[in-house]
Design a protein. Structure first.
Length: 119
């Protein structure tokens, strides 16, 4: 008799934390990468809606808007300046994401009006 093994699928990780990180790396689809020094971090704002969270991170030159689910732990880690990197989770992993796990659906980076343009 052949026994079948259940393989537990794990969704792609969408953020990482480490203590005393000097900067936040933001990875967007299409191999676009930003690095924001925490010394320029101004504030964070979290909005919770029925099945979606929006976490706004404001730096002196840019604003980062992270949309997803269960982002409270990510927001608390930002408060401690310990988020090393964030990235969007590919849509194919949405069904695999655990109900209590963070899931980053979309990240938008926008230059503030008073900052130099992004090259």
């Amino acid at each position: 008799m052949i026994k079948s093994q259940q393989v537990e699928s794990k969704p792609a990780v969408c953020w990482s934390k480490e203590p005393q990180i000097p900067s936040l790396r933001v990875e967007l689809s299409g191999d676009i990468l930003f690095v924001f020094p925490y010394i320029h971090f101004e504030f964070a704002k979290m909005e919770s809606h029925k099945e979606q969270n929006i976490l706004l991170l404001s730096f002196s030159s840019h604003e980062i808007r992270i949309t997803g689910r269960n982002l409270k732990e990510l927001g608390i880690a930002v408060q401690r300046l310990s988020v090393e990197w964030v990235r969007e989770t590919p849509p194919r992993y949405a069904a695999l994401a655990k109900q209590e796990s963070a899931f980053i659906e979309k990240i938008e980076v926008e230059a503030r009006e008073d900052s130099p343009p992004i090259p």
